[in-house]
Design a protein around this ligand. Sequence first.
Ligand code: UTP
Length: 408
Amino acid sequence: MTLSQVKDKLEKYGQEHLLKYYDELTATEQEALLAQIEATDMDVLEACKHREEMTQRGEFSPLAAMQLSEIEANRESFTTIGLEAIRSGKVGAVLLAGGMGTRLGSDNPKGMFNVGLTRELYIFECIINNLLDVVHRADTWIHLFVMTSDKNHESTVKFLTEHGFFGYKEDYVHFFTQEMAAATDYQGKIYLEEKGKLSTSPNGNGGWFISMKKSGLLELVHREGIQWLNVFAVDNVLQRIADPCFVGATIQKNCVVGAKVVRKNAPDERVGVICLEDGRPSIVEYYELTEEMAAAKDEKGDPAYYFGVILNYLFSVTELERILEKSLPLHIVEKKIQYLDEAGELIKPEAPNGYKYENLVLDMIHQMTSCLPFEVEREKEFAPIKNMTGVDSVESARVLLQKNGVNL
Ligand code: UTP
């Protein structure tokens, strides 16, 4: 695009301020800025003016989870099926590590955070140790795909390489980067993070499969005969990945996706609950639960909307390919966004100051034809690190790691 075409685009979307420093830039910087503006999808930014309308949902009904007692009764047969699938190379793991971890507030990628007390123990290391348990048990390597973003790719690769992938076989680790989206103030005006650069952030964890395809890694998935991808978050240091029992249960129940879930510890706990929406699997957010839904009981007398998702899903690759072209809803999320102030100084805000535009993996569940919610014991498998202290924090995760016998 020429400068004049860029100006037309900016005028159309009310984003003319993005050229404020244009004349101060070098020719290369000017070119880069024009290219970035050309590539930026500004239609999505309009969405922040219609936030309310976007949250329209269908009709919810409960979806029963496979509970611990049923899992225990069938553990052996599920595990045999799962191990068989893993040994025949049908299961891959996808680590979602493209987020900015703004709540944790560390400048490094979240996985580089050291949770150790008397020794170094990084979040990435905890996760790899958990996956290595299965590798040893199945006596086979499992392909591990790691999604990063432009913001943390280099440091993530460097860190893992320098640490010898914490014992994981390098040939089985594959990186890909996700797409970025512009970040705006509350009026939908894109921030500048440098005089010649729009403020961008990763576009949410929902684009992982599209990004994986764009990177060419789907060819490897096909070549290796991988039929299942276990997607999981970087920040749950206790989670079990490629868990044979979970894999086996999902296969045995003929479901196209399995979702690990935990019993909510309080009605207002901030986790999305697995359910049906218009008859298809879905996730209802804690703030979307009506009083009636919160009070509803199943036939055993337990709350009908009781099982929270923990961002650990096992997707059938065939199903993922089927939904590839389908678009996901856009989430407009309040976040802290670094920006240049009126004087051109970089500000790192202490509190949220605008919106990021994201697609979320949980919305992929609603595009699936069947889903097995698979209960896990939260004390054993759920220690998310979102904050430094308090709920879902480094502190709470340390307590849970120690309870599970991890030496810190
Ligand atoms: P969160 O939404 O909890 O993490 O993502 P975040 O965005 O890193 O953290 P905050 O909200 O700024 O504090 C859950 C998982 O999804 C990944 C994260 O890395 C984490 O594993 N994620 C999130 C991505 O891979 N890409 C994204 O764009 C967003």
